[in-house]
Design a protein around this ligand. Sequence first.
Ligand SMILES: NC(=O)C1=CN([C@@H]2O[C@H](COP(=O)(O)OP(=O)(O)OC[C@H]3O[C@@H](n4cnc5c(N)ncnc54)[C@H](O)[C@@H]3O)[C@@H](O)[C@H]2O)C=CC1
Ligand SMILES: O=C(O)C(=O)COP(=O)(O)O
Length: 532
Amino acid sequence: MAPRVLISDKLSDAAVQIFKDKGIDVDFQPDVGKDKEKLAEIIGDYDGLAIRSATKATEKLIEKATNLKVIGRAGIGVDNVDIPAASRKGIIVMNTPFGNSITTAEHAIAMMFAVARQIPQANESTHAGKWEKSKFMGVEITGKTLGIIGAGNIGSIVASRAIGLKMNVVAFDPFLTEERATQIGVKKVELDELFARADFITLHTPLTDKTRNIIDAEAFTKMKDGVRIINCARGGLIVESDLVEALKSGKVAGAALDVFEEEPAKENALFGMDNVVCTPHLGASTSEAQENVALQVAEQMADYLNSGAVTNAINMPSISAEEAPVLKPFVKLAEMLGSFVGQVTDAPIHEVEIIFDGSTAGMNTRALVSAAVSGLMRPQMPEANMVSAPLLAKERGVIISEVRRDKTGIFDGYIMLRVKASDTTRTVAGTVFSDGKPRFIQIKGINIDAEIGQNMVYTTNIDKPGFIGALGTTLGENGVNIANFQLGRKAAGSDAIALLYVDEPVSDAVIEKLTAHPQVIRARALSFDVEA
Ligand SMILES: NC(=O)C1=CN([C@@H]2O[C@H](COP(=O)(O)OP(=O)(O)OC[C@H]3O[C@@H](n4cnc5c(N)ncnc54)[C@H](O)[C@@H]3O)[C@@H](O)[C@H]2O)C=CC1
Ligand SMILES: O=C(O)C(=O)COP(=O)(O)O
């Protein structure tokens, strides 16, 4: 059955066409995002959800989204999506990080002019036939200092435009390097210095716990008298009640706001104030930007649903459409290595080290790490997948590290997993042969060459005569057919292992019988998801 996608916000029709062209069953209900109950009722039917800012993908909604695999945000800000909740459920969250950035930067510049020259107020007065020429005295922009808070994609486009307008630009962004600041032509400053120097302040950060209320009453005290504030990023960055006071006192000469603490903003203490210019979250609203983000989100979501390619995901490493087919068998291998250790480990896991040897070191190791960790977690948490597993592991305090190294053995490349649990440290390594099938090549440091089957039996044993016969007899007597048998040992008479590929699942009773043999230290029935 074709994957089903719901578009729950107003997206350009271009998205619908792309989904259709890519064989996705698409349902365009542009107003359903605003209707929480209705959305919760129907969300269970869909594999993908395409949204803008009106749909709130809350934990409650995600709980109901039993089939959902991907949420695509046709835009940048994902503060309307509960990312941890989505990750826990294994749902990929993607956005379109560049599609509307020029448009939004242009809106910020337009808003700066609007507030500097009171264009909306003058427009309204003129339409009313008042001709209030002396009422609307503005300020020039040339030579003024613009303070940019958040110099990412949009902030740097704003900087380039402002420099073109002959402004001096200072920027505060904890992740802005001196080199990048020089490259984009801004002076990197601390926040307090920005407050002290700026004639105009424009915000371009995401809304996070760190940036929420970044402009409050205390911040206003540090600013120049008569400063003008522009916010085309997110409501919540400015404490609106404090802004009202600062405007009333004249500390702030004007504010231009595209975004509000509560949206849709129908009532707000800032509405009706003389020196405030407002737009209803129009930052991204140009035909060009909407076309861009709609096309992009539809492409990305369809590619993920159709082929597993991951682009612009917030909670998962990217996998390009080109590398997806090459990576696939190694993803499978990494999952199986994880799954092997997950199935033989009962004790709490503390550390996971994933070693990429030879050719595997040049692959998309982030994706492979996610796959290995998902395999490891799944025996305990069947819902874990490549999206959720790293988060679940982190929440449980598991330390994950990766090592990439040049080829060390006979294989072009292999992956080794070393897992430290409370009882012991386990290692397993595997590779993919030219037939595209993953194989185990080493367990506990013992070399083997084992094809991986759906049902397997793994034993650790003492290397003594009679073991193979005993194992075969017990399985045979219990109707278990052996398809493949792999033995390995460190040295004659020492630690040994056996890995059997069997035709059907092996019951606990049979495992008990195997364990009863004096040569067997431990026996385990294992199962692997070989099909997916
Ligand atoms: N009004 C509208 O319609 C639109 C609003 N936006 C908003 O604009 C925001 C920024 O978008 P982009 O520039 O594309 O994102 P970006 O990720 O490229 O840039 C954000 C920058 O903020 C910086 N930052 C993070 N925490 C900070 C802090 N505490 N102080 C200062 N800087 C901090 C980051 O280091 C980063 O450089 C989005 O998150 C979204 O909320 C985006 C598009 C349209
Ligand atoms: O892309 C963003 O972050 C935006 O804020 C644009 O929001 P919208 O898609 O216009 O609801």
